[in-house]
Design a protein around this ligand. Structure first.
Ligand SMILES: [Zn+2]
Ligand SMILES: [Zn+2]
Length: 198
């Protein structure tokens, strides 16, 4: 992916939420970096605000997490993705794998619903839950840049309501989404440039 005029060193941050083990993120950082020319950094663990926890549902409100991430975003952050191990919901869905601010800065993804029942019996170097997490992070990042859902079932931007469809799709953008993403990124960076004081 190429564009011109980048003087900002924009960075994509992955912020582990709660007690999420950040060592699980190093493996996906390298993979995701191959799809963007931005560096990816893993931030310090961030405690979810208590007001985000719904005591009746025993779940965490993803909208409140997104607001929190916006407030704590580092100054060089182009995008911030919170990575959680707890169960997420929003007012529309009983649970979500993740949620993003469309054409915004922040997204959040949880591994809570990404564990398959059989996963624990087959320990592997690259556990399925990590590959699923990688796909969901790339998917939500696509939304933050302005990509919508894609009808190509192998594209990472395909809507996945369950683990089966997450497993079916690849961790990559299809050629159509990739081309659109290049254009959206260039447009967004142009906007950032325009906001810079001279
Ligand atoms: Zn989506
Ligand atoms: Zn696509």
């Amino acid at each position: 992916m190429k564009w011109g005029g980048n003087v900002l060193h924009p960075t994509i941050y992955l912020i582990p939420l709660g007690d999420f083990d950040a060592s699980h993120l190093t493996i996906i950082v390298e993979n995701i970096e191959t799809q963007f020319v931005f560096p990816l950094k893993i931030g310090s663990n961030l405690a979810a605000p208590s007001c985000a926890v719904d005591p009746v549902r025993n779940q965490v409100n993803s909208n409140i997490i997104l607001k929190q991430l916006n407030e704590v975003a580092p100054s060089d952050a182009l995008k911030v993705v919170g990575i959680a191990g707890f169960d997420l919901f929003n007012p529309i869905f009983s649970f979500v794998f993740g949620e993003a601010q469309f054409e915004g800065k922040c997204a959040v993804v949880s591994t809570y619903r990404l564990h398959g029942e059989r996963d624990e019996k087959k320990p592997r170097r690259y556990p399925p839950v990590i590959l699923r997490l990688e796909k969901e992070v790339v998917h939500e990042l696509g939304h933050t840049f302005g990509l919508r859902h894609c009808s190509d079932r192998s594209c990472v931007m395909h809507f996945s309501p369950g683990l089966e469809s997450v497993d079916r799709k690849s961790p990559f953008y299809c050629p159509v989404c990739q081309e659109l993403l290049c254009w959206l990124v260039a447009r967004e960076l142009g906007r950032h440039q325009a906001l810079r004081p001279t």
